[in-house]
Design a protein around this ligand. Structure first.
Ligand code: PMP
Length: 425
């Protein structure tokens, strides 16, 4: 088999630069929270394919469900011949999701497709076009999703123009030095300066910003947005592509709030590694688009739906929500102990609900000045030591942990030991 370096060199010739990499490693096989590369080296996986593997790599139940479905049929296109796994999955998710009143769910393939379709549905339901998102938010890389994403470099630079009638409001977080009051005030400025609220279809928000640095939307913000939406007939869209499916210790992060979204986008851990996304919403809103206005050739692929049904079973059988909270507590306790250590790089702001845990690397122990260079060195030292670790954040100085919720405690601890080594000064 080729080496990591050989595959990486071939990739340089065959694959565009715009598709970036967190590591130069090529995977050969993976199981639960461990990965082996093409040279036989083992890694603890704290990335989970960017929040896709809450049920771990190759969960035996997911593998069995996919294998069984594969032997029946792999594709019909749901718009040509229906299949029960799609319908059953929609039924089960409708019963679980924090949506007020009867819910319906449509399936797609990627997270970006989910956010784009949520906006199409909101436009059809309201007859309006405007969309408001937040700075630092991430909603995908296709044109509308990119327009809603609140970060220019690297997601938008040279790739415009953005979709018209898409605006951003500052996301409130201590790191941004923006309060909830200021954020909501800015929204009112927008209504005065740029768009009549009666022309806004949707406000889209991640309950916990993922790529933006694991900043949780404060409860007051979510309540404030719900009120603005109710006052003006705007739909509230929760982008739960990264938070969804148990990562935050609840199945949906919107369950942490006392208000509901009208539409919820899910993807990533929905199908345990197979490409599947969904938009869940109030039934009357979901039914607004004309027949044929939504969908896609591969949308809601039968293998992915079979996998997603198995994922729901695994969540119940293995009590993964409890596991998320236990793993999160373990991670936070250890990271807090790193904070006081002079032999490690200065870290700050250990945060995040459930197992959606992150911290910042800063220039000195007392301050909050981001240290993006050291953060890059840490993720590199991590994979060189055998830990797959991701950074994120608007200042590129956040380390995030997305270890599978099925990871044994010993592997979580091993990963933390490797992280500790990577943080050594
Ligand atoms: N929304 C959020 C919150 C995400 O984290 C992501 C992916 N990181 C997306 C949308 C886009 O998902 P995809 O890459 O599957 O298009």
């Amino acid at each position: 088999m080729s080496t990591n370096a050989e595959i990486y060199a071939r990739r340089q010739n065959a694959v565009p630069r715009g598709i970036g990499h967190a590591t130069p490693i090529s995977a050969a096989r993976a199981l639960n929270s461990e990965v082996w590369d093409v040279e036989g080296r083992r890694y603890v996986d704290f990335a989970g394919g960017i929040a896709v593997l809450n049920t771990g790599h190759c969960h035996p139940k997911v593998v069995a469900a996919v294998r069984e479905q594969m032997e029946r049929f792999t594709h019909t296109c749901f718009q040509v011949l229906l299949y029960e796994p799609y319908v059953e999955l929609a039924e089960r998710i409708n019963a679980l999701a924090p949506i007020k009143g009867p819910a319906k769910t449509g399936f797609f393939t990627t997270g970006a497709e989910a956010t784009e379709n949520a906006i199409k549905i909101a436009r059809a339901a309201t007859g309006r076009s405007g969309v408001i998102a937040f700075t630092g938010g991430f909603h995908g890389r296709t044109i509308m999703a990119m327009s809603m994403t609140g970060k220019v470099v690297p997601y938008k630079k040279g790739l415009g123009p953005a979709q018209p009638e898409t605006w951003h409001v500052p996301f409130p977080s201590p790191q941004n030095d923006v309060s909830v009051e200021e954020s909501l005030k800015y929204l009112q400025f927008l209504f005065k300066a740029d768009i009549d609220p009666a022309r806004v279809a949707a406000i889209i928000i991640e309950p916990v910003q993922g790529e933006g640095g694991f900043h949780q939307a404060p409860a007051d913000l979510m309540r404030g947005l719900r009120k603005v939406c109710d006052d003006h007939g705007i739909l509230l869209v929760a982008d739960e592509v990264q938070t969804g499916y148990g990562r935050t210790g609840k199945m949906f992060a919107m369950e942490h709030y006392d208000v509901h979204a009208d539409l919820i986008c899910v993807a990533k851990s929905l199908a345990g590694g197979l490409p599947l996304s969904g938009v869940i919403g109030r039934a009357e809103v979901m039914d607004a688009a004309e027949a044929g206005g939504l969908g896609g050739t591969y949308a809601g692929n039968p293998l992915a739906c079979a996998a997603a049904l198995a994922v729901l079973d695994v969540f119940e059988e293995e009590k993964l929500l409890e596991r998320a909270n236990a793993i999160g507590a373990r991670l936070r306790a250890r990271l807090e102990s790193f904070r006081t250590r002079n032999d490690l790089l200065p870290i700050a702001a250990v945060r995040g609900p459930g197992a959606m845990v992150a911290f910042d690397i800063v220039q000195d122990r007392a301050g909050e000045v981001p240290d993006a260079e050291s953060t890059k060195r840490v993720t590199r030292a991590a994979y060189e030591n055998g830990l797959v670790l991701l950074s994120c954040g608007v200042n590129a100085n956040t380390i995030r942990i997305l270890v599978p919720l099925t990871a044994p405690e010993a592997i979580v601890d091993e990963g933390l030991d490797l992280l500790e080594r990577a943080l050594a000064v």
